[in-house]
Write a protein that binds this ligand. Structure first.
Ligand SMILES: [Zn+2]
Length: 536
């Protein structure tokens, strides 16, 4: 909206308007006032006020015209001029929203020539102006809450047969991307929800980065909720050295993930507001039945203690792992505890699914399970029971190919102790190390049928490599895409893709890109599993 104050007593300057953008002009005047338009302009309305008249005008085409004003002092003309200002993407005006580029910022998708006719990057855009007096535009990012402009720059426009155009631009979200060599003047760093404003001849137009959460379509903003846990082992948090430093490191990871998922219009919330819990490794609070092999019972007696209370239950011959788990859970409930049974997908070579019993006290606090003195947990020689002991001295047991869907008992014991009961949150767990030292992260994807779903575990090294391997964002990709594979396992090497299994590179060529197909898939799967919601 423009408020052009035209001084009627002096030689009035020409008033510029944007085509198709209704604008309000204030015209000074006294007494009874009348206005009339000449040229490609339409009068939308008028309001009398103390100093004159507010006239709402819209231009329908480029060109000049006159606003004739009459008041008690007589008649006078005010010159009008309409110009067109638009952004163009793939040869068409940008009507909805701009998007962060999915490309490597300085790759060939962004033409360097200021007179290039088209860009390979479907999200690259240029300024197109018709009928302007100036050949210099201003472009800036507006911070969405305060409206404070940042990163303002002059943009030179070149006359072409198609109008006065700028070079092509890309939006980037990541700080390192914004430093890409050779193309700095053609990049604008933004975040989802920002506004890009362009000014020419004193007139401005704005375009949002992504559409609001209540919109539909691929540019509508979506948000995933992450709960993060940094595990303290022997008093020391897995990263950072102190609780506060650990929280900050995790929030830095969320900020990086926000930048990497911005091209898909997905974020993980304001990084500084993400819940990060720094917690001691839990006591044994989970009991594994037939872990790994899923064998049925040959019959026996189960004996254990929960917070010191003795629990005993006999198991009939032939009971499946889940039957046994339910019997134990029943005995725990009768003793006043909360007990819940989950099943784990059969491992390769296993006889059937195994089961876990999760135990809390009546107020929801963790319960410590232990053997009852020297008695074995079960007298059954075939169907074994194990306490879910988390012992990080030797690193966290990570899954292998044959039990990837079930995960290891130690992992399940850890994640279940930390996770909430809300399946629509993603649990991020930071541990000191994995038992397999070369492992950096693991993801439990929603459709695996696992009792652990939508969770990721990353070790200290994985966090420290955040700027070259992007481990947290990579594992989040497995969860949101609901995909256990890596593109480079299925086809050719793709070192710049976030889902690459081997990528590690601290430059703009690093493994940080999501493809258009991946954006589509992660939005579809993420919404189906309730992991993505409209961004507020
Ligand atoms: Zn992976």
């Amino acid at each position: 909206m423009l408020c052009a104050v035209a001084d009627s007593r002096a030689q009035a300057p020409t008033i510029a308007l944007l085509v198709d953008q209704p604008q309000t002009l204030h015209v000074d005047g006294r007494g009874e006032m009348e206005v009339r338009l000449e040229g490609p302009f339409t009068l939308l309305g008028q309001t009398r006020n103390a100093t004159g008249l507010d006239v709402r005008v819209q231009a329908s085409a480029i060109g000049g015209g006159v606003l004739h004003v009459r008041d008690t002092d007589g008649a006078r003309p005010l010159a009008l001029r309409a110009l067109a200002l638009r952004l163009e993407r793939e040869g068409r005006p940008v009507e909805d929203a701009l998007s962060v580029s999915r490309g490597v910022p300085n790759d060939a998708g962004l033409p360097r020539s200021p007179r290039a006719e088209r860009a390979e990057d479907p999200e690259a855009f240029r300024i197109v102006v018709d009928g302007a007096a100036s050949n210099l535009a201003r472009m800036r990012r507006l911070e969405p809450v305060t409206g404070v402009p940042t990163d303002e720059r002059n943009v030179v426009l070149h006359d072409t047969p198609h109008g006065r155009v700028s070079a092509f631009f890309r939006l980037v979200a990541d700080a390192r991307d914004a430093q890409a060599p050779d193309v700095g003047s053609q990049l604008l760093r933004v975040a989802l929800g920002d506004v890009v404003e362009v000014e020419i001849d004193g007139l401005t137009r704005q375009w949002p980065v992504g559409l609001p959460g209540d919109a539909t379509g691929p540019r509508a903003r979506r948000r995933a909720r992450v709960r993060a846990h940094v595990v303290r082992w022997r008093g020391i948090p897995a990263v950072g050295g102190s609780d506060e430093a650990a929280r900050q490191l995790v929030r830095d990871e969320i900020a990086i993930a926000n930048a990497l998922y911005a091209p898909c219009h997905v974020d993980f919330g304001v990084a500084r507001d993400v819940d990060v819990f720094v917690v001691d490794a839990p006591p044994p609070t989970l009991l594994g039945v037939a872990d790994g092999d899923g064998l049925p019972a040959s019959g026996g007696t189960v004996r254990l203690r929960a917070n010191g209370r003795r629990i005993s239950v006999s198991i009939p011959t032939g009971s499946s792992a889940v039957d046994t788990a339910e019997r134990i859970a029943g005995a725990l409930r009768r003793a006043g505890f909360r007990a819940r049974v989950t099943t784990n997908p059969r491992t390769r070579g296993g006889a059937g699914p195994s089961a876990d019993v999760h135990v809390r006290d009546a107020s929801g606090e963790l319960v410590e399970l232990s053997a009852d003195g020297d008695a074995p947990l079960t007298t059954d020689a075939r169907q074994r029971l194990h306490l879910g002991v988390v012992n990080l001295d030797d690193g966290l047991d990570g899954f292998e190919d044959h039990d990837a869907r079930a995960g290891r008992l130690e992992e399940r014991a850890l994640i279940h102790a930390l996770a909430d009961d809300d399946p629509t949150t993603i649990e991020l767990v930071i541990v000191p190390d994995f038992a397999r030292r070369e492992r950096r992260g693991e993801a439990f994807i929603p459709s695996d049928g696992s009792a652990v779903a939508s969770a990721l575990v990353v070790d200290r090294e994985g966090l420290l490599e955040s700027r070259s391997a992007y481990t947290v964002a990579h594992e989040l990709g497995h969860v949101l895409l609901d995909l256990p594979f890596h593109p480079d396992e299925l086809s050719e090497a793709s070192p710049t893709r976030l889902l690459s299994s081997r990528g590690s590179d601290a430059t703009v060529r690093g493994p940080k890109r999501l493809t258009a197909d991946e954006c589509t898939r992660l939005r579809t799967r993420g919404e189906r599993h309730g992991l993505l919601r409209p961004a507020p």
